[in-house]
Design a protein around this ligand. Structure first.
Ligand SMILES: Cc1cc2nc3c(=O)[nH]c(=O)nc-3n(C[C@H](O)[C@H](O)[C@H](O)COP(=O)(O)O)c2cc1C
Length: 325
């Protein structure tokens, strides 16, 4: 697998294929299996901001955590934060591939101080999954986006390990946001997160969770943005996340400019051993095309490298609609 060696967030990785944050990376045994099956790195299952806040509240006050309902109280009480730090330590002792910690956050609050404890536990990098759901019509996009930037800036002051921000894809100008993150010395971005989405059961007339796993064809929502972002002047590492099922999918994202690809749904459907299959697919393609390493073909089909970027620029279907009479 030497051919697959590359770099992400300045870290040496044996393969651009990374196991995305999920229950695949919640236990030491699965983390070890991920390495054995050929993952380049693991992004640990996220710790939630609420878990960290609970720890802070319970160590600074004798008042019971007021908002927690029974489930949350039980969930948060179960030492999860300490267990998380222990998981980082154990993973670092047991495996050789980079261990990237992950936090899910919904505000730029006091939890930020906690990032240093993740660094002290030995994590190689920190991925922060940010999403601030706009619930009021009188808050402007500028204000919301500024929260991302404030948060990223504060995190950079707290930690020395590389920081990567996992974004959702609902931004009016994601390129501007990436540029601003880069100016704040953020080393990487993950494009994109997958949200818990609602669906409607028309028979029961209730709200139900939408399909949790991605489909391969959802790559279509991501490819353009990676191709555009990797062609900009700012030099931020991009990890592609959404719909990677095969070596070909990984190759597409790298050609568009990603430094790494994260896999999650495919591993739920096919098992962790599928990492090996994806790696073999990338190698087989590289050998056919005569490439020695992922760096040799990264970004070869990004927005600035193709002769005619019309497919990246065109969003309306004028020509295609007319060919489907
Ligand atoms: C069951 C499940 C659990 C997940 N848990 C997390 C999580 O804890 N933190 C996070 O940042 N992303 C989480 N994700 C999102 C994935 O890491 C990934 O970004 C997303 O599923 C898109 O990649 P995929 O198409 O390969 O599934 C989860 C996804 C799934 C399906």
């Amino acid at each position: 697998m030497a051919k697959l060696k590359t770099k992400y967030l300045g870290l040496e990785i044996n393969s651009p294929v990374i196991v995305g944050s999920s229950s695949h990376t919640a236990t030491l045994s699965k983390i070890k299996q991920s390495e054995d099956y050929g993952a380049g790195a693991v992004i640990l299952k996220s710790l939630f901001e609420e878990q960290i806040n609970y720890l802070i509240a319970s160590s600074t006050s004798t008042v019971a955590y007021p908002e927690a309902d029974d489930y949350m109280a039980f969930y948060l009480r179960s030492n999860t934060v300490d267990e998380y730090l222990e998981l980082i330590r154990k993973a670092k002792e047991s495996i050789n591939i980079p261990v990237i910690a992950s936090i899910n956050c919904i505000s730029a609050g006091s939890w930020i101080d906690f990032a240093r404890r993740i660094e002290e536990a030995g994590a190689d990098a920190l991925e922060v999954n940010m999403f601030f759901l706009p619930l009021q019509s009188n808050i402007t996009s500028d204000k919301i986006e500024n929260t991302y930037l404030i948060l990223a800036g504060k995190l950079k002051e707290k930690i020395k390990i590389p920081l990567s921000i996992k974004l959702g894809f609902r931004f009016t100008n994601v390129l501007n946001l990436l540029d601003e993150l880069y100016k704040r010395r953020v080393e990487g971005v993950v494009m994109f997160n997958r949200f818990f989405e609602p669906d409607i059961d028309t028979e029961k007339m209730t709200i139900v969770p939408a399909e949790i796993f991605s489909e391969k064809n959802e790559m279509r929502y991501v490819l353009r943005w990676i191709a555009m972002a990797s062609a900009q002047k700012f030099n931020i590492d991009i990890s592609a996340s959404t719909g990677v099922y095969s070596g070909t999918d990984a190759v597409k994202y790298i050609l568009a400019g990603a430094s790494s690809v994260q896999v999650c749904s495919a591993l739920y459907k096919k098992g962790l051993q599928h990492i090996g299959e994806i790696n073999r697919g990338i190698i087989e393609w590289m050998e056919r095309k005569g490439f020695e390493s992922p760096a040799d073909f990264r970004g070869k089909l990004n927005y600035s490298s193709v002769d005619n970027p019309v497919f990246y620029e065109r969003t309306q279907f004028m020509k295609h609609f007319s060919s489907y009479d």
